[in-house]
Design a binder for this molecule. Structure first.
Ligand SMILES: NC(=O)c1ccc[n+]([C@@H]2O[C@H](COP(=O)([O-])OP(=O)(O)OC[C@H]3O[C@@H](n4cnc5c(N)ncnc54)[C@H](O)[C@@H]3O)[C@@H](O)[C@H]2O)c1
Ligand SMILES: [Zn+2]
Length: 377
């Protein structure tokens, strides 16, 4: 699957298919991902990543380029920032034949995708993600959105990109903790669909998973492929077929993860919470569905190996611990719950995900005790 300049092109075969180009030093592929006839490009990017902007003047030579600088990270995902972007596009007379390019982490691709989805009811967007999480998750799949005071990602739209460009060289400046957090989603993909991901992690020195690592590149490619396969089959979360959970499978570990994020006031990184959530559902599946103890142990081993938390010591939570009743109450209002019944994606076996609906409270509590290292006590 390698193209001549050593990039990998993964096709996301949705109704309007698009390419995800992955490689090292592949920014020169940007031009080819823009729709034909584009005259103007608005680059949406955080102020903090100004240094990464430098090559774009040359890359987009001949086009009219405007740069819309937005706040860093989650601060960008507000309607005020979206409105400021709309205003700039209005001032520039941005038309349907122009395009948005996002350059940043998942917060930037979510905001920029949302601006592109809503301006003139949708203009083309090409994502250039700069975090592992954005490469393997946020930039692929067409979900865009902003936050409201009532919660995260409550306003948004499905708007598939025209293309996604994952240049691993952009990760060189990404703090290690962010790389590790992104690997949480990668490992999740290993358990739900591609066990080769787990083998690669198990046989590679974690410290070697740096921006220039061919193994990190393979892990990113494999995780993107998992997401691409899922969204191509089920873009709008209508559900899967033949017992497969459909797009909901990507939510493996996320029900508890979201509750932990909320309980810690988002002090914990998403990928860290996902690792905890995946260990939790493995423990739950061991009780409610008979998942083997070896596979539960493998969850702890692989997430732990890349540096992610796999149990819930009170120190992780500011010395306070998190009361399970609080988490349970949050999980019950999670948007993934239907009616009053809790739903979890669990594994029957490696890469065999199914939906577990309405597990018993005893199993829910026992799995939490196991996650907290209190099993059997
Ligand atoms: N749309 C989706 O399907 C989807 C999926 C998963 C996550 N998300 C969203 O993605 C967001 C999280 O994404 P994230 O983890 O990338 O967070 P982020 O965008 O907040 O980036 C994390 C931090 O890293 C910095 N950063 C980014 N790239 C850098 C680089 N190359 N060098 C140095 N610093 C860099 C950012 O400035 C920020 O401070 C959340 O808002 C989440 O809701 C969306
Ligand atoms: Zn996630």
């Amino acid at each position: 699957m390698n193209a001549p300049n050593d990039s990998t092109v993964l096709r996301v075969a949705t109704a309007s298919p698009y390419d995800v180009v992955v490689g090292h030093d592949v920014l020169d592929r940007l031009r080819g991902l823009l729709p034909e006839g584009v005259q103007r490009v608005a680059i949406i990017t955080p102020e903090s990543l100004e240094d990464l902007l430098e090559p774009f003047a040359d890359l987009l030579e001949g086009l009219d380029v405007i740069v819309l600088q937005v706040p860093d990270g989650e601060e960008a995902k507000t309607w005020e920032v979206a409105a400021a972007c709309w205003e700039s596009l209005g001032e520039e007379g941005f038309t349907r034949s122009d395009a948005v390019v996002t350059l940043g982490g998942g917060a930037t691709t979510d905001l920029g995708g949302f601006v592109a989805a809503t301006w003139l009811r949708g203009v083309a967007v090409v994502h250039v993600p700069t975090t592992v999480l954005a490469m393997v998750d946020a930039a692929v799949g067409g979900k865009t959105g902003i936050n409201t005071p009532a919660g995260k990602n409550l306003v948004g739209s499905f708007h598939e990109p025209a293309g996604v460009l994952c240049d691993l060289a952009l990760l060189a400046t990404l703090p290690r903790a962010e790389v590790v957090a992104g690997l949480g989603e990668v490992v999740k993909c290993g358990f739900i669909a591609d066990p080769r991901i787990l083998e690669l992690v198990e046989t590679t020195e974690p410290a070697e998973l740096t921006a220039d690592s061919p193994v990190l590149r393979e892990l990113v490619e494999r995780a993107i492929q998992v997401k691409a396969d899922v969204v191509a089959g089920d873009l709008k979360e209508t559900g899967g077929v033949d017992g497969h959970p459909g797009r909901e499978v990507l939510n493996y570990g996320h029900t508890l993860a979201h509750a932990v994020e909320k309980a810690t006031d988002y002090a914990i990184r998403h990928g860290e919470a996902v690792a905890l959530g995946c260990v939790y559902v493995a423990e739950l599946a061991a009780r409610a569905g008979g998942l083997s103890p070896e596979l539960v142990a493998r969850h702890r081993a692989v997430f732990g190996r890349v540096g992610l938390p796999t149990s819930l010591p009170t120190s992780l939570l500011g010395g306070e611990g998190v009361d399970f009743d609080t988490l349970l109450a949050t999980m019950r209002v999670d948007k993934k719950a239907r009616g009053n019944q809790l739903r979890f994606v669990v594994l029957e076996d490696l890469a065999r995900p199914v939906v577990l609906a309405g597990p018993s409270e005893a199993d829910l509590r026992a799995a939490y005790a196991a996650l907290s290292g209190l099993a059997g006590s």
